[in-house]
Ligand binder design. Sequence first.
Ligand SMILES: [Zn+2]
Length: 149
Amino acid sequence: MIRRGVDLSHMPDDCVFCSIVAGEIPARTVHETDEVLAFLDANPLAPGHTLVIPKVHVRHVGEIDDDLTSELFAAVAELTPRIRDVVNADAANVGINDGRAAGQEVPHVHVHVIPRFEGDDGSPIHAVAGERPELTDDELDAIAADITG
Ligand SMILES: [Zn+2]
């Protein structure tokens, strides 16, 4: 099966998400446009756990162009409430593991939409990092200035 609207010629052979885009690996697709694909996570953290990906192989969020970023997030915004409704969730976490140290296991950008339920014993996004750093106001100012550029 060839997905519509996608040039498959630049996909690496060993990327599981590119293989899903190419139709070589089956997935439970829940949303598809010319540029974006969403499917249920094969090892879900909650019922309805969905991955939203650009069809083109992009490793990091900073490598996605503006138009694709818009389409990707539009899909996330459309799907998140729909997924919540379908599984009767109380809330959802939406997040990206960007890079191996952050827990990215497949080197192809994917947005997790994870339904959450009152009392599910899960954690907020705040729990993903390690020990909180103690930063002075000067250090925070310097970081902000460097990011601003
Ligand atoms: Zn890929």
